[in-house]
Design a protein around this ligand. Structure first.
Ligand code: GDP
Ligand code: IMO
Ligand code: MG
Length: 420
């Protein structure tokens, strides 16, 4: 099985980290291809929790980890992560020279632009992601190859610093809180330390695939945070959907053996934007607490709601999942009744796929099918051991989406997983 792609099918935080860790055992390479440290992927091994923001979750399995061209990399954060992992796990790391570097002004611009947006604020993670990708498009970005080469870094810093200083002042009436000299010294040190990881990920992954090695692509964020296909403007600035492995890593179109859609058994969202099946009140509180639905990166409480099949049907079209991993089924355990949104009402029309325009999505009302609740108790090792009602819930999802649910996750730990 040479290529395995793990993709968030909803608004992020579906449990991608757990699945990457589980299946990573069989991988030769684990590759991050989009997003940056706005991601927070949690892996729980023998009761110990590890949180990854930039490092591929394959690090725990001692894999060769790749950070590909499509990633926005904050070297301060990467250094912290490496310091925590080194000595504990025997992984290796390669970072593509084309990777865009998150600079201090990106964090400042993220904060100031959110503030300036007022009610229209996106609720970003504040990690500088949007401004960094904007600079890539504007061609004022600094790449990893430049960070690790002192003379080139100085040159780029000279060219970009004064532009950013002027932008912060003129547009946001805000100052640069750090001097060019301070940045140079801090980033030169980071560059020196990270230089050892420089390598062409595009070449490495292409070669690995040609040699029949197993490459795992670790998606970040979720389908509806996609900059084009998500709920724009309430999205991130990259492409979390499956097709972006080709442009994010740099290899030509080819068949991909496994595209695993990670589907949380209900829906959550952090930050602003439409959420058709959102719940409020006691039920929302119960699910949030049972699911520990607080952001891995920012600690913000996640908004929660019922599972949304309209959203998932479109996610299936956008990603072409070959299978689904259904996570956090245990969180629904103990509820008397569970609902699944099967379609929307948009004015008088019935809608089975997500409208393209956010204006229409805002007007959509969910239509629910009710399911009897279930209790997951005792040691559950096979699908057959699940209560009848839980099996019905899972089977309904796979029938509606016409994709097999091959993994059912019933807890954060590796062992709390049912394979079918
Ligand atoms: P990711 O961003 O998609 O990797 O997901 P996060 O790590 O941000 O959030 C998922 C959270 O749910 C983490 O705390 C996981 O440890 C946890 N988790 C994953 N699968 C399950 C599960 O099946 N049941 C429960 N209760 N927790 C899970
Ligand atoms: P993982 O990989 C959940 C959300 C933010 C905000 C929007 C834009 O852990 O699933 P950004 O900082 O990217 O400009 O914020 O996107 N967001 C995520 N939500 N999980 C994530 O990653 C996210 N990454 C970004 O909350 O609404
Ligand atoms: Mg997360």
């Amino acid at each position: 099985m040479p290529s395995i792609v793990v993709i968030g099918s909803q608004y992020g935080d579906e449990g991608k980290g757990k699945v990457v860790d589980l299946l990573g055992e069989k991988a030769d390479l684990v590759v991050r291809f989009s997003g940056g440290n706005n991601a927070g992927h949690t892996v729980v091994v023998k009761g110990v929790k590890y949180k990854f923001h930039l490092m591929p979750s394959g690090a725990i399995q001692g894999k060769r980890c790749c950070i590909a061209a499509g990633v926005a990399l904050d070297p301060r954060v990467l250094k912290q992560e490496l310091d925590q992992l080194k000595g504990k796990f025997e992984f290796s790391l390669v970072i593509d020279p084309r990777v865009q570097i998150i600079m201090p002004w990106h964090n400042m611009l993220d904060a100031t632009s959110e503030e300036a947006k007022g009610k229209q604020r996106i609720g970003t993670t504040g990690r500088g992601i949007g401004p960094c990708y904007a600079d890539r498009a504007d061609r004022t970005g600094i790449r990893f190859a430049e960070l690790v080469d002192e003379a080139r870094f100085m040159e780029r810093l000279d060219a970009v610093f004064s532009i950013k200083e002027k932008t912060l002042k003129a547009v946001y009436n805000s100052g640069m809180q750090i001097s060019k000299d301070e940045i140079f010294r801090e980033y030169r040190a980071l560059g020196r330390e990270l230089k050892q990881y420089l390598g062409d990920v595009s070449v490495e992954v292409t070669d690995a695939l040609s040699q029949g090695k197993t490459v795992m692509f670790e998606g970040a964020q979720g389908t509806y945070l996609d900059i084009d296909f998500g709920t724009y403007p309430f999205v991130t600035s990259s492409h979390p959907i499956s097709g972006s492995i080709f442009t994010g890593v740099g290899f030509g179109l080819r068949p991909i053996e496994r595209v695993i859609g990670i589907v949380k058994a209900y829906t959550t969202r952090v930050g602003g934007g439409p959420f058709v099946t959102e719940l409020e009140g006691d039920l929302a509180h119960t699910i949030r607490e049972q699911g520990a639905e607080y952001g891995t990166t920012t600690g913000r409480p996640r908004r929660v709601g019922w599972l949304d099949l309209v959203l998932l049907r479109t996610a299936q079209r956008l990603n072409n999942f070959t299978e689904i991993a259904l996570t956090k089924l245990d969180v629904l355990s103990g509820l008397d009744e569970i609902e699944i949104c099967t379609e929307y009402k948009l004015n008088r029309e019935t809608v089975r796929e997500r409208p393209a325009d956010i204006k229409d999505i805002m007007k959509c009302r969910p239509v629910y099918k009710k399911f009897r609740g279930f209790k997951l108790e005792g040691k559950l090792e096979s699908f057959d051991q699940l209560p009848k009602e839980a099996k019905e819930y899972v089977q309904f999802i796979e029938k509606e989406l016409n994709v097999p649910v091959k993994i059912v996750s019933i807890g954060p730990g590796r062992e709390e997983t049912i394979f079918r």
